[in-house]
Design a protein around this ligand. Structure first.
Ligand code: MCN
Ligand code: MOS
Length: 734
């Protein structure tokens, strides 16, 4: 069975299979579920960043109308700790009187209506014994964690190369804290029946939620079922099992009622992670003709007390360019802040800003066009391992992007391009994104009526998983798309990984590929039971599937339909499982490549008022085989909007004395609106990747990356002013 050579169903921009459900309101998100005798939970959050709870008065809340329970550290059941693996679960909530960050939960109130729960929550009085919080990334008292995720790298002799370089660029950069802010308020509905637990939850990782709840409440994992048919976005916020999920399950167990919790927007700023602030320092050495001789990149990001977070910023500099001497070092600083966590393109977003700004600084210092400088240092092989890439079309990204943008019209001298009163700037950035793929399982079934059902316990967070997996299964089983249903978001299905690291399409797609192949093999075996079958003696490689039939390659007549094979064997249906565990780079003899990309941006700056706007964005992306061009384009467009947010608007501001977030609403935390978003041109280049059987790479995060650098570089080109901190606000521009 040769597949995906001339795909019919994958590639083109098929509409979302769940589009009608979404736009008619029929799609059910976690907080659309309810239960007749359901109770509601409301949270009480600490108003200091460090110290302890000294006094608690819950009397007024307990006697408030409709209140069923008030849980605090004084009466909450003690829970076991959750998984400490990648993206660890925070410690059990309400375990003691210590406060480690502003917004930490100190109580949960359960009542018969949401209004009564939150009214009672406001009547709880908490007295604190405050300690002095650590809130500043530069605070020398804060604990430092060097190389926290083991990605530091060093080769050659960077110091000596910097000493010998003809030109050295050296600068410090900062990036602000950002908050994920998915539109859908995170929500949990928990219902116990003895030791079995059913949970609807806004998560990107249902199997992790199940494992965590089982472990923390000490019940068998098989008795915990997590459901998440739709999620109103996550951008990384749904990658962990946050304390509110545990508290909802705890409240349900204590009250013996199903309990629902819907977070408020301010709670979404403290309770489900955020992008850490970073301070980064870079030194780049080069020859006069623009050959990189050394890169030294150091980054510091923030992490909560007791928290963990993977934010590889300096690591970006180990994968981007051919350079004989490289040193990359990341470290974290522990502060009394809410948990930092992955937010779309963690580490890459901030690290790329620094590297690609510094490359632009170098191009200006050398008088070499920024695009030409990047091409002169193109990494033909994976710089760290020396292995060939599984695919790399970055050069095409540069070429196609530059062509579509009209990069050749750029007049090099800063401040030399104008339109009326506006200064015009052209800027660009390259991207070499990381690769991530986790193991995944899927199951495929074909029934007697010629329909197929394929499923895995994963999520579709708005990306289009339902649609692309329907397309892929239709392709692999030789069925029309309307004959195929893809199921997800239920832990009773075969286990799958998180929608994260832009890795679900590769992981799940490979598992679906394996399941479908195994299923066709099962049909071959069933057919071979009849020696007269035209498929007798056939191997997978001898057959193709089209129109609901398995037939010999190139001989559509010599085959049998799925329905015919099932009928002949007296079966209702046949099923098969598929498993996809990625090979190691050593096994494969190649470096698994993530996506590559080039961004070209035109900005306008009003030199009198410091107003900045983005006039055009051109993106060229190598995402391997694109399964659905319409959805993939949406991913790049959505990411680009996020990148404009990071570059120009988003800044989670905390009060330096108390750690209270000062702008924890969507009125105060600025995100781009339509008026900030220009025309966006997206092209996909390159072809199937060699690392996984379906040839895909991820595109979910790369759209955000490179925007901060491209915009800052365009601002420099427009104004001659180098801005090394994002967001680029008016005060920084003037
Ligand atoms: N796709 C494609 N062809 C490919 C790869 C992807 O057509 N070769 C399209 C598909 O529609 C697929 C989507 O792009 O569903 C994203 O695929 P992938 O890059 O594999 O990313 P994941 O499925 O792992 O999704 C997670 C990723 C991450 S890590 C963040 S953060 C993010 C993102 O996706 N958060 C999002 N995109 C988001 N989009 C929406 N609407 N909401 C979020 O919260
Ligand atoms: Mo994405 S930040 O890995 O969910």
């Amino acid at each position: 069975m040769t597949i995906l050579e001339r795909p019919r169903h994958v590639g083109p921009g098929v509409d979302r299979v769940d589009g009608p459900q979404k736009v008619t309101g029929a799609a059910r998100y976690p907080n659309d579920f309810s239960h007749p005798d359901m109770a509601h939970a409301a949270l009480v959050r600490a108003t200091i960043a460090a110290g302890r709870v000294a006094r608690l008065d819950t009397g007024a809340a307990e006697s408030a109308p409709g209140v069923l329970a008030v849980l605090t550290h004084l009466n909450a059941p003690r829970l076991a700790t959750g998984p400490s693996a990648l993206l660890a679960t925070p410690p059990p909530p309400l375990r003691d009187d210590r406060i480690l960050y502003y917004g930490q939960y100190v109580a949960v109130v359960v009542a018969d209506t949401p209004e009564r729960a939150s009214a009672a929550a406001r009547r709880i009085e908490v007295g604190y014994e405050p300690a002095e919080p650590l809130l500043d990334i530069h605070d020398p008292r804060a604990e430092r964690l060097p190389d926290p995720w083991g990605s530091d790298a060093s080769w050659g002799d960077t110091r000596a190369a910097l000493d010998d370089a003809h030109v050295v660029i050296e600068a410090s950069y900062t990036t602000a804290e950002n908050t994920n802010n998915p539109l859908g308020l995170f929500s949990t509905l928990a219902e116990w029946d003895g030791d079995t637990l059913t949970v609807h939850d806004s998560t990107q990782w249902p199997t992790r939620v199940r494992a965590t709840l089982a472990q923390m409440f000490g019940v068998p994992e098989a008795g915990v079922r997590v459901l998440v048919l739709y999620v109103g976005g996550g951008f990384g916020a749904g990658l962990r099992v946050w304390p509110h999920v545990i508290l909802t399950a705890m409240a349900a167990r204590q009250t013996g009622r199903p309990v629902k919790l819907v977070m408020t927007r301010p709670e979404m700023f403290t309770g489900i992670g955020h992008r850490p602030a970073t301070v980064q320092h870079i030194r780049i050495g080069a020859t006069r003709d623009g050959r990189l001789t050394a890169i030294e990149h150091e980054s510091r990001s923030t992490v909560a007390i007791e928290g963990d977070n993977i934010e590889p910023c300096a690591t970006v500099s180990t994968a981007a360019y051919a350079c004989p001497n490289v040193t990359a070092h990341d470290e974290q600083v522990r502060l009394n802040i809410p948990w930092t966590n992955s937010m779309r393109a963690p580490g890459e977003a901030q690290g790329n800003f620094v590297l690609e700004s510094a490359i632009d600084e170098l191009s200006h210092a050398l008088g070499i066009d920024p695009l030409e400088l990047r091409l002169r240092n193109y990494a033909e092989v994976h710089p760290r391992s020396g292995l060939p890439w599984s695919s790399k079309a970055l050069r095409e990204c540069y070429e196609v992007g530059a062509e579509r943008f009209g990069w050749s019209r750029r007049v090099p001298e800063p401040g030399s391009m104008r339109e009326g009163d506006w200064l015009v700037g052209y800027g660009m950035a390259g991207i070499s994104y990381f690769w991530y793929q986790a193991p995944c399982q899927a199951r495929a079934t074909v029934r007697g009526d010629g329909t197929a059902y394929v499923r895995s316990a994963v999520t579709d967070i708005g990306t289009g998983t339902y649609t692309i997996m329907t397309q892929l299964a239709a392709e692999l089983l030789g069925l029309e798309q309307d004959r195929v249903t893809f199921g997800l978001g239920d832990t009773s299905m075969p286990p799958g990984p998180q929608a994260g690291g832009s890795g679900l399409t590769a992981a799940l797609g490979s598992a679906v590929h394996a399941a479908c192949r195994n299923l066709v093999r099962a049909f071959l075996d069933a057919a071979a039971a009849d020696p007269a079958s035209p498929l007798a003696g056939c191997d997978l490689d001898d057959v193709a599937v089209t129109g609901g039939r398995v037939h010999r390659v190139g001989e559509p007549e010599r085959g049998e339909s799925y329905a015919g094979i099932l009928a002949m064997r007296g079966l209702d249906e046949l099923s098969a499982d598929g498993d996809s565990t990625p090979r190691t780079p050593q096994e494969a003899g190649m470096a698994p490549a993530g996506p590559f990309g080039a961004r070209f941006v035109e900005v306008r700056v009003d030199p009198e008022l410091g107003r900045l706007s983005v006039a055009r964005v051109v993106s060229a992306i190598d995402g391997g085989r694109i399964l659905n061009e319409k959805l993939a384009r949406s991913q790049i467009i959505g990411g680009t909007v996020g990148g404009i947010g990071m570059a120009m608007f988003e800044d989670t501001v905390s009060d330096p004395g108390t750690g209270r977030i000062a702008n924890a609403t969507l009125g105060d935390y600025l995100v781009p609106v339509n008026a900030d978003i220009p025309d966006m041109d997206v092209s996909f280049v390159g072809g199937p990747d060699a690392f996984n059987p379906i040839g895909v790479k991820g595109v979910g995060e790369i759209g955000l990356v490179g925007m901060a650098a491209a915009i800052a570089n365009a601002v420099f080109h427009a104004t001659g002013k180098r801005i090394r901190s994002v967001p680029i606000t008016i005060d920084r521009l003037l």
